[in-house]
Design a protein around this ligand. Structure first.
Ligand SMILES: Nc1nc2c(ncn2[C@@H]2O[C@H](COP(=O)(O)OP(=O)(O)OP(=O)(O)O)[C@@H](O)[C@H]2O)c(=O)[nH]1
Ligand SMILES: O=C([O-])CC(=O)C(=O)O
Ligand SMILES: [Mn+2]
Length: 601
């Protein structure tokens, strides 16, 4: 194996070479292949996957150069129960993460990795999170035995020979080890979606390493995404004085032609992709997209916070995406060069999912590979089925997407999926109140992670599954950023598109109409919108939210936007319970809870 690694290696990076050799010796692949990220490589891999019957090439007229995958039905989402933060002390991982001792975890997983790539090729996938020409480019190398992961990483990151060249001979990189955990014995046939019932998604923030085993699903297997750009990066950000957050980034231009940048943190499958690509329904406003899932925010020379999207593609929730909800996502995927996983296949070789079109096709092949008709009572696409598509195909991509310095942030929104209590929009009094809003954010669980759907849980800054260290230290870091940034920091708001009527209907139409809330947010920054102070923050005064041309009854509008003291009195003990669970919550946030209680009484 040494010979194979050494001979073909297009790098002289000694630490990388040694690590590739070490992993190859452990996992025992049949071959090692260095990936260059070229179009020829993409063609070779996708041809091979189609020949093997693993992928289906979509109809070239509908989705050129695009491929369809069905996963194993057990491997469809992130596995939070099997996700670990491995730090020297248990306190390092804090009260919200699964903790394991690093040495113990490496021993357990070392046994699983032993020979796990037999019958497969180990791919070496160099990548950079964020622009390669950044001042301090953040490199990674993923070693994986999955071709699906390689082609997905080509879409989602700056992957291949340019990243490898920029790493030189000694630049630091995050070691990302991944195996589907499904060796092929001599003479055995491979399966379409190899994986293993035993899964571990482990992070070693102190040594900046990731070990993933047993899953091929996005958030578990594309290690540049949640594992690196959130869990490991949040630990880096803590040490280096910046923020790595589960946020979209959008640029908004007002009718006066003034530009603003808004970042928004919503939990998984709660509307980031949709808001990032929003088509405003109000005249004169335009939106451009910078990112739909992750924002890295650093202080610029002028003392403001600047946001960069470390990714290079979208890994978006398919169901609910259509021309009526997110036309820009549809236009992005229609250009092709995309991967679709666990959606349904039409009889014409195109893809379909629930709510993509208002009428359902007469016949489909569903995500299980079974014949499907509209009357069979089952969903054709898995609720967490996804499209993987290059960001540069987005018709409203901001010119600043590749700007290594990022864009200065004017406002941060936190949000969740709450049927009651939380008003459509509320502005925080100041940074610490905003951090309190983020820290106490709660949301109904979605299909993006395995486990029950629709259960309300606290999800601080939409980062509960993604904080790579102690959650209290993370919250303290937010407070510290507030002290450092002072009055140059973005204003913080809380939004909730998901409040429901007593009949269980969404009160607010959402999607493009959310532009009205963005307009109110900007008008607040400009001192042009009236608000009413409530214990939950400042909410729109009557008439200050633009509802021109919106078909919504007065009652529904009032119900969507109102502050209800009774509901908030019920919320307080839940927040107290949450803080008790966290334990060592920053004093500044405990003070905010006291203020809330005082204001309510
Ligand atoms: N009612 C309502 N639903 C929305 C709105 N925006 C998004 N959704 C729904 O939220 C779900 C997922 O939204 P996405 O935008 O893909 O979620 P995301 O936050 O990008 O999720 P991850 O990629 O998992 O981090 C879909 O089912 C959408 O239809 C909205 O304004 N109102
Ligand atoms: O990580 C994933 O698989 C997809 C995602 O954005 C999330 O779950 O928040
Ligand atoms: Mn996400």
């Amino acid at each position: 194996m040494t010979a194979i690694v050494g001979q073909n290696a297009p790098t002289k990076h000694s630490e990388l070479l040694a690590w590739v050799e070490e992993v190859a010796a452990l996992t025992k692949p049949d071959a090692v292949r260095w990936c260059d990220g070229s179009d020829a490589e993409w063609k070779e891999f996708t041809d091979l996957l189609v020949d093997r019957g693993v992928a289906t090439r979509l109809n070239d007229e509908a989705k050129p150069n695009s491929f369809y995958f069905r996963s194993d039905p057990t491997d469809v989402a992130r596995v939070e129960d099997q996700t670990f933060i491995c730090t020297e002390t248990e306190d390092g991982a804090g009260p919200t993460n699964n903790w394991s001792d690093p040495a113990e975890m490496k021993q357990t997983m070392g046994k699983l990795y032993d020979g796990c790539m037999k019958g497969r090729t180990m791919f070496v996938v160099p990548f950079c999170m964020g622009p390669i020409d950044a001042d301090d480019p953040k490199f990674g190398v993923e070693l994986t035995d999955s071709e699906y992961v390689v082609i997905s990483m080509k879409i989602m990151t700056r992957m291949g020979k340019d990243a490898l060249a920029a790493m030189g001979t000694d630049k630091p990189f995050v070691k990302c080890l991944h195996s589907v955990g499904h060796p092929i014995a001599d003479g055995e046939q491979d399966v379409a979606w190899p994986c293993n019932d035993t899964k571990y998604i482990s992070h070693f923030p102190e040594t900046r390493e990731i070990w993933s085993y047993g899953s091929g699903y996005g958030g578990n297997a594309l290690l540049g995404k949640k594992c690196y750009a959130l869990r490991i990066a949040s630990a880096m950000a803590h040490d280096e004085g910046w923020l790595a957050e589960h946020m979209l980034i959008l640029e908004l231009t007002s009718p006066e032609n003034k530009k603003y940048v808004v970042c928004a943190a919503f939990p998984s499958a709660c509307g980031k992709t949709n808001l990032a690509m929003l088509e405003p329904t109000i005249p004169g406003w335009t939106v451009k997209t910078l990112g739909d899932d992750i924002a890295w925010m650093r202080f610029g020379e002028d003392g403001r916070l600047y946001a960069v999207n470390p990714e290079n593609g979208f890994f978006g929730v398919a169901p609910g995406t259509g021309y009526h909800t997110n036309p820009n996502a549809m236009r992005t995927i229609e250009k092709g060069n995309s991967i679709f996983t666990n959606v349904a296949l039409t009889d014409h070789g195109d893809v379909w999912w629930e709510e993509m079109t208002s009428t359902k096709p007469k016949h489909l092949t569903d995500w299980h590979g079974k014949s499907w008709t509209p009357d069979n009572g089952e969903k054709a696409a898995h609720p967490n089925s996804r499209f993987t598509t290059p960001i540069d195909q987005c018709p409203i991509l901001s010119e600043d997407f590749n700007n290594p310095k990022g864009v200065p942030v004017d406002a941060i929104l936190f949000g969740g999926r709450r049927a009651s209590t939380i008003p459509l929009v509320a502005q925080s009094r100041d940074w610490n109140h905003g951090a309190f809003m983020g820290a106490t954010c709660s949301s109904e669980t979605t299909a993006a992670a395995t486990g029950a759907v629709g259960v309300v849980r606290r999800d601080p800054m939409a980062m509960l599954p993604f904080i790579g260290y102690n959650a209290n230290d993370y919250l303290q870091h937010w407070v510290n950023i507030g002290e450092k940034g002072g009055d140059k920091l973005p204003a913080i708001f809380f939004v909730n598109w998901f409040r429901k009527s007593d009949q269980g209907k969404f009160l607010w139409p959402g999607f493009g109409e959310n532009s009205r809330v963005l307009e109110w947010v900007i008008n607040r920054l400009e001192g042009k919108a009236e608000a009413v102070d409530t214990p939950a923050g400042a909410i729109p005064a009557e008439g200050s939210l633009n509802v021109d041309g919106l078909s919504l009854t007065e009652e529904d509008l009032a119900a969507a936007t109102r502050f209800n003291a009774e509901e908030w009195k019920q919320e307080v003990p839940l927040i107290e319970e949450w803080f008790d669970k966290l334990g060592d919550v920053p004093q500044a946030l405990r003070d905010e809870l006291d203020t809330l209680k005082q204001n309510l009484s």
